[in-house]
Design a protein. Sequence first.
Length: 298
Amino acid sequence: MSGARIIDGKALAAKLRERVAAQVAALAGTVRPGLAVVLVGDDPASAVYVRNKNRETAAAGMASFEHRLPEDTPEAELLALVASLNRDPAVHGILVQLPLPDGIDSAKVLRAIDPAKDVDGFHPENVGALWTGAPALAPCTPRGCMTMLAEVHPDGLVGKRAVVVGRSNIVGKPMAALLLAQHCTVTLAHSRTQDLPGVCREADILVAAVGRARMVEGGWVKPGATVIDVGINRIPAAEEGRTRLVGDVDFAGASEVAGAITPVPGGVGPMTIACLLANTVTAACRLAGVAEPAVRLL
Ligand code: NDP
């Protein structure tokens, strides 16, 4: 029987989408936020993400532009598309779905996106802004995690010990930057970290972004800690030939010990697209030179 509060990502994401839709409605006549999503190739998982992004963008009342390019698209052609989206005044957010096919330099493509339209927050200018405290577009998954933490800790995170397991540019590093900005004492752990269970046991806030099914055990969790499980891992299900999703945290064990914990699925995952929409509104307002409409906060 779980003792921890389960942080409901689906419900929080729905609230965030509602807030975004209210902002979009309040901006009518001033600017209509527009998001362009570029998909190169036919990776089935990426195609599902792109479909969901377009559906949710349109549902929030924003303009949605989808660009599908074949697997063998030359890098120069993709760069030309990014340049035209940079110039398009109807587009305020540009997302190039990763991973890109072999032969295309992802870093080069991400650097080609206008930082003001970089709603994924991967451009070096936004990365630098995030670490130096300048206004930045923060990557969507870490931003979603911070929204969940704000829900559990309405009085803030000042002075808390935070451990982030995983140091990717997409999740781990920006997560550490956002926690630091909220005055946590942050440890960024990775595959070379010694005594990872001991490091994790020090955490008031434990974020797992590793990509290894149920690696973080209940015994690694400090009693009462808040556990954010970013991992999405597909494992064989009980039924023959089926699979199911689990996180990087052993949910059953950890929820006995934690104070609050995100489930997988239904935790961080749904927050990511909602934060993408929120970043697009932020970008549109900055580009239009207007303040973000102050609607009811979460
Ligand atoms: P990466 O593979 O880019 O990074 C994984 C990180 O985990 C690396 O820093 C690696 O360390 C570290 N790591 C790997 N093995 C161990 C280990 N045994 N002990 C400690 N650290 C280890 O993954 P991402 O950051 O892109 O994604 C992480 C997870 O989050 C994945 O499951 C992914 O599917 C999921 N994800 C979920 C999203 C969502 O919307 N919910 C969005 C993005 C990702 P090192 O650097 O030393 O190699």
